[in-house]
Design a protein around this ligand. Sequence first.
Ligand SMILES: *Cc1c(COP(=O)(O)O)cnc(C)c1O
Length: 439
Amino acid sequence: MWYPFTQMQEFTDHSPLTITAAQGCWLEDVQGKRYLDGVSSLWANVHGHRHPVIDKALQEQINRVAHSTMLGLSHPGGIELARQLVQLAPAGLSRVFYSDSGATSVEIALKMAYQYWQLQGETRRHKFLKLSEAYHGDTIGAVSLGGMDLFHERFGRLLFETIKVPTPHTYRHPFESDDEKDVIKRYFAVCEELIRAHADEACGFIVEPLIQGAAGMIVHPSGYLKHLRDLTRKHNMLFIVDEVAVGFGRTGRMFASEWEDVSPDLLCLGKGITGGYLPLAATLASEEIFAAFLGDYKELKTFFHGHTYTGNPLACAAALASLEVFAEEKTLDETVFGPKAEKYSAGMRHLAKLDHVGSVRYRGLMGGVELVRDKESKAPYPFEERLGYQVILEARKNGVMLRPLGDVIVLMPPLAVSLEELDILFAATEAAIIKVTES
Ligand SMILES: *Cc1c(COP(=O)(O)O)cnc(C)c1O
């Protein structure tokens, strides 16, 4: 096999850790060793592994039909899931287009946005605004909307043109100012300038709301999302929110947009949508966008896009069951989520005191710990030392499975994590950071 995001030269030297089973928030390898799933199996798992309600829904669905196409046909699970997503999503989003991964949900949003303006006769609009450290997936359209040089720069000539708005990162910023309020003010102003300058050629602005995951868990200043919504509305461009990572409860609300009372024109969902069971994604659109595509067949307003497994019935059954568990277990209820978020926050604030932790950044149960060589100057470790990677290998010895983003240690357990499991997660992470940074 050729593994994703993996330098195969070193990977083939030793056999990779192989997971054969899981239960709740624990993974089990081929030797029977158990690991706490500290990153929710790549930010996807929500209610734990082998949840009885989701397992049962899948068994029942497989006794009916595993797959039938949505190109020209329909099925009850897809219809019901769309109905529930529209009910849960921010107001104004009324149409659901399925696909299979976060990246495809973004491809679909960008093609919808582009074609929408074409259909409106505004054919000069062909550009997208994005944040400088954005990550929206690894297909070429999504890479065009990305801004992480490590992943994206090499493909530069294959990408379409975009306008980069600086990510509002208060820990590392380009301004000559130590006053956080002042830094935030400047970020707000810069984005306003760029939105105004490109208003007449832009299809839309895409953003990961509240927290930019892959960039290293960069938390936006409060009010930034609302600021973008207001500006995109004022300057008449579409606002596309990518909740692939933050959606389905990670930040404590079903969707992160709710924190700032924001309704986007297009919303991208993936990762946790099936509770982390199966590949499914959805792009939600406003009725206004949907209506622009209506017309006689010969007018060629159709949205010519689809995938073989679009809206797969098994995946939809898992997604419906996951929503049922949210309701039944009151996953996002204050009394359930609150104590976990508090413990998580306390754990993060404790880690912040370590000598080589430069910054901790989080919302709800999603966040990261940035390791630095020197706390005062914020100087990073040399890239090739792979400190973050060494830390997660150490944590793995202590029975906690993590995956870093460079030197940012991501801590993102399933929402079903118990208070005791949070203790295990933070204790193992702390021990690993101390061991690696002090050696
Ligand atoms: C993971 C992620 C994606 C891509 O999702 P895939 O399912 O891996 O294609 C897109 N956007 C954000 C914000 C993500 O975190």
